[in-house]
Design a protein around this ligand. Structure first.
Ligand code: SF4
Length: 128
């Protein structure tokens, strides 16, 4: 099976890319669940630092996953992150897991941490 316009190959697999229904002008979906976010104050675990080594990423994402498992908003958070093609770890799901599910981030790699942090701040601000 080859890659078509709605797919891409990664890690030996052809991934179906689910395109957004329209070009978003702001966050898609409710952010009410952020009021009960268990990750508040732990953004260092949810967004990769510059030049993070793979081993450190595994440890960081494992710690983030544990926090998500105890969060009441996990399902809504995952849906929000998928809809908005977020960077970082959201709703118990890493960027690569979201991409494998068909929701890859749309932000260029350069400046991703800064963009991710700003988007998280914007989302938190719009939730309060
Ligand atoms: S599911 Fe995880 S990333 Fe989402 S709000 Fe809860 S703790 Fe934060």
């Amino acid at each position: 099976m080859g890659c078509g316009p709605g797919s891409r190959e990664a890690g030996g697999q052809v991934l179906e890319i689910i395109e957004p229904a329209e070009t978003p002008t702001g966050p898609i979906g409710s952010t009410d669940w952020m009021e009960e976010a268990s990750c508040a104050g732990h953004s260092d675990l949810f967004f990769a630092p510059f030049a993070e080594r793979p081993e450190a990423r595994v440890r960081r994402e494992a710690a983030a996953r544990i926090i998500c498992q105890g969060c009441a908003g996990v399902a809504a958070c995952q849906e929000y992150a998928r809809s908005n093609r977020e960077l970082g770890f959201w709703g118990g799901e890493s960027e690569s897991e979201r991409a494998e599910a068909g929701f890859p981030p749309t932000t260029p790699i350069i400046g991703r941490k800064r963009v991710a942090e700003q988007r998280a701040r914007d989302a938190m601000a719009s939730a309060s």
